[in-house]
Design a protein. Structure first.
Length: 451
């Protein structure tokens, strides 16, 4: 156990009387990216809210076919995420790669208006997921690089809360559009395209390019003396990031532990779309109300994202991350053993939202604490890729099990797997390394990273 260092940092600003002046709780870059994510998620979740019903009820897709399609576009996103992260680090322009990803996703939205069969829809969704994969790691790297190490969880929590505000508004918009229009699905896709374009405009106008800040000057240092321009020494150019540097991240034990555990838990994490279909199957919720199911998850996520991130900074990210999966396991249990409970939809959606609040921002915050700044996007992409590929496998396996065995046995298998995988992850991420290197649980005030 170590004493907490409560002294002010060397680069902290002070007032005229010598007392420390607190800076903004969250960097402006985080707020700008949060605004982009909010707008983009309104667009994305409008489509996501109606997509399972559109594919299964409208196009007649079986659970196995839907599982294959759901896994396909998540798998595409996973593979492209690694490329996006490495490119952003290599060219030193995270905003450019993120902007290409947001733009590609926006272009795909209006294409859904002219695709009314499974093949074209699958291709468009794969391209849309390609855009999501490109933007995710550079965006999270921008958040991390603009935030002090001890506040990473809070910063990601604020971003995820703003992102989830869009996830809350998107299904509401889809619900009202479906209620008021005749060709409801086409109207949802059209409005979604307009909103996605607005998100790209906000990114271009308000998100900074992501240049790395200069090192802080100690308080005792004298003010810099102006030097004539011809005599100024040129600042050294940072070394280029190559593929060998990126692959070298796999030699970091803490990053390997995080990536392995995230992938292992992803193998038993049923996708959101399947969870909502399970709720409808177990409770008989009408088709008209189906687009509102994501609202329960999003509302709880929105309320708890920032507190969960701050709690992870304080008590350890490992604890919060594993607790989130325990809450998801409780949701599985309710679906299995309490299908007749009147409050079942509310309880399951609340647990689902708590799961995301405890994991979605905490994982990249933990990764950011294990990799150097110049490889931040690549490190986040490595872990995210493994997790997404595992969820791709879960979608395929779950869809097949539902088709062959039924929803109950499929969910029971997922619950048993999640219980075992969480136990393994808890053992692997235990805080026993000599350097305090529980990758998911660094303590911001501890000089050695553990408690």
């Amino acid at each position: 156990m170590y004493l907490a260092d409560r002294s002010a940092p060397e680069d902290a600003k002070t007032s005229a009387d010598g007392s420390p002046v607190r800076g903004p709780a969250v960097a402006s870059t985080v707020l700008a990216l949060g605004s982009v994510s909010l707008i983009t998620d309104v667009s994305s979740e409008m489509v996501t809210a109606v997509l399972p019903l559109y594919l299964v009820a409208g196009l007649g897709l079986s659970p196995l076919g839907f599982g294959a399609l759901d896994g396909l576009y998540n798998g595409v996103s996973a593979l492209v995420q690694l490329t996006g992260g490495h490119l952003a680090d290599r060219i030193r322009n995270h905003k450019l790669i993120a902007g290409i990803g947001y733009g590609l996703s926006a272009v795909c939205k209006p294409l859904l208006l002219v695709a009314h069969s499974l093949g074209p829809v699958a291709l468009i969704l794969a391209l849309e997921r390609t855009g999501k994969g490109l933007r995710t790691a550079p965006r999270d790297a921008l958040i991390s690089l603009s935030t002090p190490p001890g506040s990473q969880g809070r910063a990601f929590g604020v971003h995820r809360a703003m992102d989830t505000t869009g996830a809350l508004l998107g299904p509401l918009a889809a619900f009202f559009i479906l209620s008021l229009t005749v060709d409801g699905y086409d109207a949802v896709f059209g409005v979604s395209a307009c909103v996605a374009a607005l998100g790209v405009v906000v990114l271009l106008l308000f998100v900074p390019s992501g240049a790395e800040p200069r090192p802080a000057r100690p308080k005792s240092a004298a003010p810099p003396v102006p030097v004539p321009a011809p005599l100024e020494a040129a600042s050294p150019k940072p070394d280029a990031v190559n593929l060998r540097d990126a692959l070298g991240l796999l030699r970091l034990p803490r990053l390997r532990a995080l990536a392995g555990c995230a992938a292992l838990l992803g193998l038993t994490t049923v996708s959101d779309a399947f969870l909502y279909l399970l709720l409808q199957d177990r409770t008989g919720i009408g088709d008209r109300w189906f687009p509102l199911l994501p609202l329960g998850t999003a509302a709880v996520f929105l309320l708890l994202a920032v507190p969960a991130g701050a709690l992870a900074d304080r008590i350890g990210r490992r604890t919060v991350f594993l607790t989130g999966h325990a809450l998801l396991l409780a949701g599985y249990g309710l679906l299995l053993w309490a299908p007749g409970l009147p409050a079942l939809p509310y309880l399951v959606l609340a647990l689902h939202g708590m799961f995301y609040a405890a994991t979605d921002g905490v994982l990249p915050a933990a990764v950011a604490a294990t990799v150097p700044a110049k490889l931040r996007a690549t490190g986040i992409a490595l872990v995210g890729t493994g997790q997404a590929l595992s969820r791709f496998g879960c979608s395929l396996a779950f869809g097949a099990a539902w088709t062959v065995l039924g929803s109950g046995p499929a969910l029971a298998a997922a619950a048993a797997g999640l219980c075992c995988c969480a136990a393994v992850a808890g053992f692997v991420l235990r805080p026993t390394a000599p350097d305090g290197a529980t990758a998911a649980a660094p303590h911001p005030r501890s000089p050695r990273g553990n408690r």
